[in-house]
Design a binder for this molecule. Structure first.
Ligand code: SAM
Length: 212
């Protein structure tokens, strides 16, 4: 999602109380941000943040962090965020390539990747958020039983992700090529992209991956 650049969005994000500024300082001590030791679930590439906001409302005992690369996109999430009273949801403007600068060993229990950019050219494969390069980053900050949950309507990206997972030695479960007509639909929270693709009739693929 690359919204047009909104003038001043970087400054507005930099001043916002729902954004964790200089997140590197909380590596290994995210409990300081939330003021508790509850588990932390992260969405990478959260876009406008609907999915994570809904989860934070549903699960007050889980802490949520949304990571988004672009200020102009994050700004949309912040507009909605200020209307809701929540103490378990923060956002970070950051490129997930540097995830290990902000999260240390065992900091995260779950990572959500929803409708991640496909980077269709082979030479860009390592930028895909489900590539083995990213799995290595996740391995360094996920708890022992932590998991990555990935949804997409892009079958090529999904097949790539299944392959990368196996090559990286991760385990897979709850794989479906059509989530909305599967046994795994119950409790599903839709993202903005998911709503759009489901309305068009695109099947949604989903997997959960974890280390042995
Ligand atoms: N997850 C949302 C949804 O399902 O509606 C948005 C999906 S959109 C296709 C992908 C989002 O990921 C964009 O907002 C993009 O800016 C963000 N993104 C892509 N690469 C990223 C990265 N390396 N770090 C953080 N965010 C990233």
């Amino acid at each position: 999602m690359r919204l047009r650049n909104i003038t001043g969005s970087r400054e507005m994000v930099a001043e916002n109380d729902y954004v964790v500024h200089e997140p590197e300082q909380y590596k290994g001590k995210w409990n300081m941000v939330f003021d508790n030791d509850r588990e932390i679930h992260v969405e990478i590439g959260m876009g406008k943040g609907k999915f994570l906001t809904q989860l934070a409302l549903q699960n007050p005992n889980i802490n949520y962090i949304g990571i988004e690369k672009y200020s102009s996109v994050l700004l949309r999430a912040l507009e909605k965020r200020k209307e809701i009273e929540l103490s378990n949801l923060y956002f970070i403007r950051y490129d997930a390539e540097y995830l290990n600068d902000i999260f240390g060993k065992d900091d995260i229990t779950r990572i959500y990747l929803n409708f991640s950019d496909p980077w269709p050219k082979d030479r860009h494969a390592r930028r895909r958020l489900t590539s083995r390069e990213f799995l290595k980053r996740y391995d360094q900050c996920l708890k022992k039983d932590g998991e990555v949950i990935f949804k997409t309507d892009n079958r090529v990206l999904f097949d790539f992700s299944l392959e990368e997972s196996k090559l990286a030695g991760w385990e897979l479960k709850e794989i479906t090529f059509d989530l909305h007509h599967s046994e795994y639909l119950e409790g599903n929270v839709m993202t903005e992209y998911e709503e759009k693709f489901v309305a068009k009739g695109n099947p949604i693929c989903k997997l959960i991956e974890y280390r042995k």
